[in-house]
Every structure is written in C-alpha cells, then in structure tokens.
Design a protein around this ligand. Structure first.
Ligand code: CTP
Ligand code: MG
Length: 245
C-alpha cells in the first residue's frame, strides 16, 4: 500500500484587484524574485511536505512553470527532492481554487496544508509544526491576537460595541486539515452555497472543531500596495532567527 502523503495546496490564481497592478500581485517582484517564488520555497524546504499543488490563473501556467518553478528547482538543492510541484488552473474564487486543488490530490493523502500564494513569510519549521499538530487535532490554523482595540460598528460608522480582544484571533494561512475532513467540508460548502474567505470557515460550518495555533506577525498577506512596502522591510530581515519562529 502507498504511504499517505502530506500535500500542500498553494492558491495563487487571484487577480489581485486591491493591489491595483496589471500583473497579478503573486507575480510582482520582491528582492529579485516573484512573490510566489518566495512562498513556494519554504514548502520545498519542508521535509514533511511530499507534494505541492499550485493553483494559478490558466493564462499564467506556462509562464509560472518556466519562470518560477523550474528556476526554483534548479537553483536550490532541496533535500526532500522526491516532491513535485503540480500546476493546475485555479477557479473564479479562492474557495474554488482550493476545491480544484483538493480534486487534484491523488489518494492516499494524510494532511492537506492550504496556503495563500501571497504569504511569503513562513518557515519550514512552522509548516512542520502545523502538520504535527494536525496529525492529532485534525484541523489547525495559524492565528494572531489583534493588537488594536476591536470595535463593532453600525452601517453609519458608529460604534455599537467594544469586543473583548482576548477572544479574537486574526486567521492566517497555512491552515492544515486531515484530508477526509477538508474534502467533506468543501463538498458540504458547495452543496450549501457557503461563501467562505478561508478554509477553516468551511470546516466550522461542517460542525468540526478547528484549533488556532500561534501564527506570526510577519506572516502578512500581501493584499494592497501598503503591504508591498511592508514586505520589502520584512524581506531584509528574512529568514528570522530560529527562536522567533
Ligand atoms: N486566490 C485564488 N483564486 C482566486 C482568488 C484568490 O487562488 N480566484 C488566491 C490569491 O491568488 C491569493 C489568495 O487566494 O494568493 C488570497 O486571496 P486575496 O489576497 O484576496 O488575492 P486576490 O483575490 O488575488 O486579491 P483581490 O481580492 O484584491 O482581488
Ligand atoms: Mg480575493
């Protein structure tokens, strides 16, 4: 019998509208390499990941293969080189891109790690830790506590409540799940027409518990031009010291 693999699904098929750039933001350059190049690297370096499924816009598949994946594989002598990167065409929504990634998985699969293609600041160690936690808990995401006071407002912008921020977490990716659990959650989500902005939400709606493990403040999602400015600062100090992981 084949050993069940841990699979990463990296979704990079968005248009990046909030970035207001002609080129989708995952392909913008950061320190001489496309953002997606930086995102893929720690997954290739992580010995607990056995295969990567990468969703990109259909138009960019060939380009991505030639200018990101091949140079990355050629350039770095990764120890775990049995792993492959398989490029697929993404969907119209993030949820759809993940769903297509799940469809592309060849069974048996153990843990599925889902990650945004525009979050380049994770380490192989964080990914391994997440996988190990998921082997016990089945559904684990990274999150960080908000640093600002959180207000709830009405449609006119007036505060209606101050929320206890000790009970709040800002969800990041990677988010990891046992294969069966995330397949079921996505299938149910589609059946019930749930529109989710992350995968944990679909698992929550399917009635399963999701654990939030400590994420990292540097693990930003590059969403707007301001995030691009921040990312240029972060890359200067990257990778972080081991103990800041
Ligand atoms: N994503 C995807 N397929 C889509 C939409 C989004 O794979 N149809 C990916 C993006 O490429 C990104 C991640 O999901 O890596 C997080 O989404 P977001 O930051 O919202 O990216 P975009 O949808 O590209 O940006 P925007 O919402 O500003 O258009
Ligand atoms: Mg989006």
């Amino acid at each position: 019998m084949k050993r069940a693999k841990n699979i990463a699904i990296i979704v990079a098929a968005g248009k990046g509208e909030r970035m207001q750039s002609n080129l989708p933001k995952q392909f913008l350059m950061l320190n001489n390499h496309p953002i997606l190049w930086h995102t893929l690297k720690p997954f290739l370096e992580c010995s607990d990941i056995h295969e990567i499924i990468l969703a990109v816009p259909k138009l960019y598949i060939e380009d991505c293969q030639n200018t990101i994946i091949q140079p990355l594989l050629n350039h770095y002598p990764f120890t775990n080189h049995a792993q492959k990167i398989r490029c697929i065409s993404g969907g119209d929504y993030r949820q759809e891109s993940v769903y297509l990634g799940l469809q592309a998985i060849e069974k048996p699969a153990s843990v599925v790690v889902i990650h945004d293609g525009v979050r380049p600041f994770v380490t192989p160690k964080q990914i391994s830790l997440l996988i190990h936690q998921t082997q016990k808990k089945k559904a684990v995401i990274l999150g960080i506590a908000p640093r600002d006071t959180i207000k709830k407002v009405d449609n006119n912008g007036y505060i209606t409540a101050t929320i206890d921020r000790n009970l709040m977490q800002m969800a990041q990716t990677p988010q990891a799940f046992s294969y069966e659990l995330i397949r079921t959650a996505h299938d149910l989500g589609r059946q019930n027409k749930i529109e989710a902005t992350d995968d944990a939400m679909l698992v929550e709606r399917s009635g399963q518990k999701v654990f939030v493990a400590p994420g990292h403040p540097l693990n930003i999602k590059i969403t707007t031009p301001e995030d691009l400015i921040l990312s240029k600062g972060i890359i200067e100090a990257w990778p972080p010291e081991e103990n800041t992981n």
